[in-house]
Design a protein around this ligand. Structure first.
Ligand code: PMV
Length: 335
């Protein structure tokens, strides 16, 4: 059996504008992960995909199976195609994940990434993060309309990235650890709907929205620099500014705003919604000393749960590829 995993992610700054060619900064969230296991099955079984958490069992086989638009099925088919392998395989692929779904934490891209990696290992093939990202992007496109590609990229590289659609990925230097709290509103928010709503507004008033996207782009560029310099006060200020611009884009919600306010009142360095908005998550940049108090403040202000994560300072010579190869556990099971 081969096992591989992939992290969740959050967007630090730049969401939505990134769909319009502006830069954004995203970081992996390694505390929550998706895992996939691949093992050989008895001859003639075909390919079975089992996602216990989702209560899903897919058997690939027959014309209908191969045409399935299910993201797990598309991931497996995309990987076989990329590796130049026939569909006549007998495999059982099991998937599990502790990444909350539809909260802007990249759960879909992480599950796909884990499957691609586990399959590549099973067939003793080495895929670069770029290849993994490309396969997963193909799946994301089916389900998210016009994804920028930031989710699959940050998850496949498992490093903080400065991302511009269609440009080479830049992994970011981090001068000082970033302690982040991720506050979950408990409201699921389909990215496709929110991205579609922003697009309609942009079509009605391109200059206004282009102006907002440009301002967000400047923030992303300044965050890149402040992160490299370890200037967390500046990163926090820029996150606050980004939140105001996201409100102007119309993608915040009363609960997101009140969680952001609660974080600022209790001494966060900065706070903003993260991801598509209108639900999903907010993030707060905190100092270790204030972390516990802020976590409680978010929970008592209506967050359903809070995940604490740290973006470590960059070290030379820890290539992304090594991170996901670390041993991971997997609870086998069937549905
Ligand atoms: O998947 P989410 O909820 O983190 O949102 C993705 C961020 C957007 O910029 C809104 C969309 C995209 O494709 O980049």
């Amino acid at each position: 059996m081969t096992v591989a995993s992939a992290p969740g992610k959050i967007i630090l700054v730049g969401e939505h504008a990134v769909v319009y060619g502006r830069p954004a900064v995203a970081v992996p969230v390694s505390q929550v992960r998706a895992r996939a296991a691949v093992e050989r099955a008895s001859e003639g079984q075909g390919i079975a995909i089992i996602a216990k958490d989702l209560g899903q069992r897919i058997l690939l086989g027959g014309e209908e199976g191969w045409r399935s638009s299910d993201p797990l099925a598309r991931t497996v088919i995309g990987t076989l195609n990329h590796l130049g392998l026939s569909r006549g395989q007998d495999l059982t692929i099991s998937v599990e994940s502790d990444i909350p779904i539809a909260r802007g934490l990249g759960s879909g891209a992480a599950v796909s990434t884990a499957i691609v990696r586990a399959m590549a290992q099973h067939f003793s093939r080495d895929l670069s993060p770029q290849e993994v990202s490309q396969i997963v992007f193909g799946v994301e496109r089916i389900h998210h309309g016009t994804p920028s590609g930031i989710d699959n990229t940050v998850i496949a590289y498992e490093r903080p990235i400065y991302f511009v659609q269609g440009k080479a990925v830049e992994t970011l230097a981090v001068g000082k650890a970033l302690n982040l709290l991720i506050g979950d509103t408990g409201e699921s928010s389909p990215t496709k709907d929110v991205v579609g709503a922003v697009r309609r507004r942009w079509q009605q008033s391109p200059p206004r929205y282009e102006f907002l996207f440009d301002r967000i782009a400047q923030i992303a560029a300044r965050v890149r620099q402040a992160m490299a310099e370890g200037d967390l006060v500046q990163v926090g200020r820029l996150m606050d500014e980004n939140h105001q611009l996201l409100r102007e884009l119309g993608v915040s919600s009363p609960l997101l705003d009140s969680l952001v306010r609660a974080a600022s009142d209790r001494g966060a360095l900065g706070a903003k919604l993260s991801g598509a908005g209108r639900g999903g998550n907010m993030i707060a940049l905190v100092t270790p000393a204030k972390r516990r108090g802020l976590e409680e403040a978010l929970l008592s202000s209506g967050a359903e749960r809070v995940i604490a994560t740290e973006v470590p300072p960059s070290r030379n010579g820890s290539p992304a590829a090594e991170i996901w190869k670390r041993a991971t556990s997997f609870n086998e099971g069937t549905v």
